[in-house]
Design a protein around this ligand. Structure first.
Ligand code: F6R
Length: 252
């Protein structure tokens, strides 16, 4: 079931997302969190840092698995997702870093690294909530539009549109890695709950297409319509603008 939580602004949508994580941590302090990087979850992470500082929530017993990592970037490279997670969440909350996991972008054998990460994800015994952003092309994790849905962790070639979108974080486009290791669609779909964050008008078309168009691997996020549990979409008014126009009943 898909539940859309309307946020008037990006901050409001981030607070809605933080409320979902807060409720989970209060009911299950040793929850397993599936985490995402990128600009979409930053506001939610800020809110969670704040709540942790106030003692409202704790990450002491939390375990986490991140969706993806660029191939070729070390954990201390300032554009690696390992670095992103440390700087945007882990260094500011009481999580035990030994309980946090990301694919290793420097693994000499990416196939072996995918297998290792499959085992890491399996060892969690189930992800309680999987946080997702959505790419301009509908990707979730780094599962790009394709002819089929993947199951497990896989090595992907990033599409030109993803490289273009992510080049905003790098000094130049040719510094953007061309490959990534990502959890597969099957692993994402195995989570108990999904929290999809979409902010800004750049996400409006793809969000509508994903939530209301045909379910197809050409729009990877569309698979969320077949999710067995609850998909909570925390989006701001700009990201929801096309849905509001075409499917106003969905926001009622
Ligand atoms: C990040 C990830 C990606 C992003 C997506 C949106 O871990 O898996 O799918 O969520 O590219 O990125 P932003 O949030 O920067 O628009």
């Amino acid at each position: 079931m898909i539940k859309i939580l309307y946020g008037k602004c990006a901050h409001c949508a981030s607070v809605n997302a933080a409320d979902e994580i807060t409720a989970l941590l209060k009911s299950k302090p040793d929850a397993v969190l599936g985490l995402a990087t990128g600009s979409s979850p930053i506001g939610m992470y800020k809110e969670l840092i704040d709540r942790c500082a106030k003692g409202e929530i704790s990450f002491k017993s939390v375990k986490s698995v991140n969706l993806d990592e660029y191939v070729g970037l070390s954990a201390d490279h300032d554009q690696s997702y390992a670095y992103f997670m440390s700087h945007n969440l882990f260094d500011h909350v009481d999580i035990d870093k030994a309980n946090t996991n990301l694919p290793n972008g420097l693994a000499a054998d990416p196939a072996a690294e995918c297998k290792r990460y499959d085992d890491v994800v399996a060892s969690m015994g189930g992800v309680d909530i999987q946080v997702l952003g959505i790419g301009n092309n509908g990707h979730i994790g780094f599962n790009e539009p394709a002819d089929y849905f993947t199951y497990g962790t896989n090595l992907v070639d990033l599409t030109d549109s993803t490289i273009d979108a992510n080049s905003r974080f790098f000094a130049s486009r040719d510094l953007v890695p061309t490959q990534a290791i990502t959890m597969g669609i099957g692993q994402i779909m195995a989570a108990k709950k999904i929290l999809l964050i979409a902010l800004g008008k750049g996400k409006a078309d793809i969000l509508e297409k994903s939530l209301f168009g045909p379910v197809t691997p050409n729009v990877p996020a569309s698979i969320l319509r077949f999710f067995k549990g609850e998909v909570i979409v925390c989006a701001d008014s700009e990201a929801l603008s096309v849905i509001k126009e075409k499917h106003p009943e969905a926001l009622a």
